[in-house]
Write a protein that binds this ligand. Structure first.
Ligand code: 0X9
Ligand code: ZN
Length: 305
């Protein structure tokens, strides 16, 4: 089990999920799903209840899209810990659903922010562009209304959409995961920071989907559970009007369009001086709180689908 006393590296997180699979061979499975631009292995962990039933519905969670949002991989790790170590308390969450988690999507960027204080607030990937500037915003790189709104064509911009859709190997990995669960994927959750928000589609337009009531109902469940547990006030709403900008080419819209009936970006709370840097002493509180929200949303999803 990884603790919450500090932020862990991508390599440590990979080691942790490998160890977990080795120690729980009937319930936990690790799969290498791709490689980052710089060659880091991207691994998913699938958590089941060990009953060997195939093709259950799936909840897909990822973290670490944006390099500097360190609390996101930490929350993904905590969720893995909870589902595996406290599996009796969470039996209902694994009865008819499997969970698939990719804790650090942007492994290169995450590593970059962790190896020098100067790079702490790097956001993008690390693949060079046509200019001297490095990196693409992986959350503008998906091929759904790509580069139409709230994305930049300037490789030096923090929201650079990339030379073409899916130019980034890390975004391709998430795309393939999304499609691999297209029929049985019921909730897609991508963990970001910051803002204390649960955002649902669309994020590329101010329009809302026909199923807005379902999205609202599930998200409200997470908001309520968190408020009751800790007093933290999350805001729930359609992405574009809630975060106050449209941004096309993001993974949440892509997953929703691909068939996940529930798809959320969860923006964890502000922390530290810049919002992206909650002190290590806050990790435990934040990841526990996040898990409470996720579990509540999952329970509602399991009821509904
Ligand atoms: O802008 C983003 O990518 C996300 N916010 S962050 O501060 N973590 O960068 C929000 C994405 C919301 N979803 C869509 N716009 N589709
Ligand atoms: Zn983000």
């Amino acid at each position: 089990r990884l603790g919450t006393e500090r932020y862990y590296s991508h390599a440590e997180i990979n080691q942790f999920i490998e160890d977990l699979a080795r120690d729980n061979p009937r319930r936990v499975f690790v799969k290498t799903v791709g490689k980052s631009y710089e060659g880091r292995w991207l691994k998913t962990v699938t958590i089941t209840n060990g009953d060997a039933r195939r093709n259950k519905n799936v909840i897909l969670v990822d973290g670490g899209f944006h390099a500097r949002e360190w609390i996101s991989p930490a929350a993904a790790v905590h969720l893995i810990n909870e589902l595996v170590e406290n599996f009796e308390g969470n039996a209902d969450l694994l009865q008819d659903f499997d969970w698939v988690i990719l804790p650090v999507v942007n492994a290169d960027g995450y590593e970059f922010t962790q190896t020098s204080p100067d790079n702490r607030f790097w956001r993008k990937t690390r693949q060079p562009s046509s200019s001297d500037c490095i990196g693409t915003d992986p959350n503008r790189n998906f091929d759904f209304h790509w580069n139409e709104e709230g994305a930049s064509e300037d490789p030096c911009n923090n929201t650079y959409a990339g030379a073409k859709p899916f130019s980034e190997p890390e975004a391709l990995v998430v795309r393939d995961l999304i499609h691999s669960f297209a029929d049985r994927g019921k909730m897609y959750l991508t963990l970001h920071s910051y803002g204390s928000l649960i955002l649902y589609p669309w994020g590329w337009t101010a329009d809302v989907p026909d199923t807005v009531d379902d999205l609202e109902e599930v998200a409200a469940e997470g908001k309520k559970a968190i408020h009751e547990a800790t007093g933290t006030v999350y805001k729930v709403g359609p992405s574009t009007t809630t975060i106050n900008y449209a941004a096309a080419g993001a993974s949440d819209d892509y997953a929703f369009n691909a068939g996940f009936p529930i798809s959320f970006t969860m923006e964890l709370p502000f922390g530290g001086a810049d919002g992206f840097d909650p002190p290590a002493s806050d990790i435990d509180r934040l990841v526990r709180e996040t898990w409470i929200g996720i579990a509540a949303m999952a329970r509602r999803v399991i009821q509904k689908y």
